[in-house]
Design a protein around this ligand. Structure first.
Ligand SMILES: *Cc1c(COP(=O)(O)O)cnc(C)c1O
Length: 340
């Protein structure tokens, strides 16, 4: 039985729930891990995460489907992506089968926190890992902690999907040949100044260009980008400093296989922005968030789909993916993991 919360009005924020998962890596091996009701962590003042930001994370959701099942979406891809993040940050990989089982066990231990179908709310799942032992010379820590916390979050759009205004950013999110393609905490630390500044100036997000030449569109601080051309093609930027969004990869497959659209994954020059008829951001939190206006240093690029509602192509894409997630449309094999 779900908790009696005001699901529709929950913010996107943290709330302590029943259990978190914790595993420790020591002397070259992971322990078996356990569920804990201790939601605080005590570590050395000199821990690798505190001194040299040795940490990475993932984000996925559990939710209740139309027929009352509790499920999660493609956790295997989150496990794979966290492996890539760990390898790049010299952290020990938590084995994939155990990773997925730990996510499922953590959802099961917090089942009453999974919002009911139709509430628009979801249970957000945050797996993360950090260097827990002391380091003072610059090197990887010897010990690590892998944790999974869950927290219920409200609908991303309260009162309907609304287009946002973004600005083209002068600052970079990632370095060329850097860490833009992994989910490292350090990428977010770098983006905070710029997002606070964007919000102060009335923009919802920063749209970043490629860090080497500032010519091609990459992504925003926390979401990949989708474009729709006049002739109905879906275009999404290709670059090795973009974080490989699972939502974007799923939407590309949905566009091809369910909506029979042509999809181009390629470099997108910023001069092309004015030619697209629909633009949107995609990620786990919002699925697709439409963009109505892009500000290029004071010049407004008004997207033809406008500021009132999501355009028809992105709307159809969004509804198809959420329909698949919610069990209303048949999912491709292996996308939806049933918990209960
Ligand atoms: C997590 C993240 C995304 C979205 O990825 P999903 O797997 O779709 O949630 C996009 N960009 C960045 C920089 C991210 O960190």
């Amino acid at each position: 039985m779900a908790k009696d919360l005001d699901w529709a009005n929950l913010p996107f924020g943290y709330m302590e729930t029943t259990k978190s998962f914790v595993a420790n890596y020591k002397n070259g091996a992971w322990d078996e891990g356990t569920l804990t009701s201790n939601h605080s962590i005590t570590i050395s003042e000199c821990a690798g995460v505190l001194q040299y930001a040795q940490t990475c994370f993932e984000g996925l959701k559990a939710y209740t489907t139309a027929d009352g099942k509790i499920v999660t979406f493609r956790p295997d891809l989150n496990a794979d992506r966290m492996k890539d993040s760990c390898e790049r940050l010299e952290m020990p990989v938590f084995p994939k089968d155990r990773w997925i089982k730990a996510v499922i066990d953590t959802i099961k231990a917090n089942i009453e926190w999974v919002p009911p179908f139709g509430s628009g709310a979801t249970l957000y799942i945050r797996p993360y890992m950090f260097g827990s032992s002391a380091v003072i010379g610059v090197k990887p820590a010897d010990e690590y902690q892998f944790r999974i916390l869950v927290t219920p979050v409200g609908p991303y759009f309260k009162g309907g999907v609304k287009p946002i205004t973004v600005r083209l950013s002068d600052l970079d999110r990632a370095a060329p040949h850097g860490t833009g393609d992994i989910k490292a905490g350090l990428n977010y630390a770098m983006s905070l100044y710029n997002i606070v500044d964007a919000h102060k100036k009335g923009f919802a997000e920063n749209m970043y260009t490629d860090p080497a030449t500032h010519t091609y569109i990459e992504e925003t601080g926390g979401a990949n980008i989708l474009f729709v051309t006049k002739d109905g093609k879906l275009v999404t930027p290709k670059s090795n400093s973009i974080l490989p969004s699972i939502t974007r990869r799923s939407l590309v497959q949905v566009a091809r296989d369910y909506l029979h659209m042509e999809v181009e994954e390629r470099q997108v020059n910023k001069n092309e922005l004015k030619d697209f008829v629909e633009v949107g951001l995609c990620g786990t939190a919002a699925v697709i968030s439409p963009i109505g206006c892009i500000d290029d240093h004071g010049t407004k690029i008004n997207v033809p789909s406008g500021m009132d509602e999501i355009g028809p192509v992105l709307k159809k894409l969004r509804e198809t993916l959420t329909g698949i997630q919610m069990g209303e449309i048949k999912a491709p094999e292996g996308w939806v993991y049933e918990i209960k």
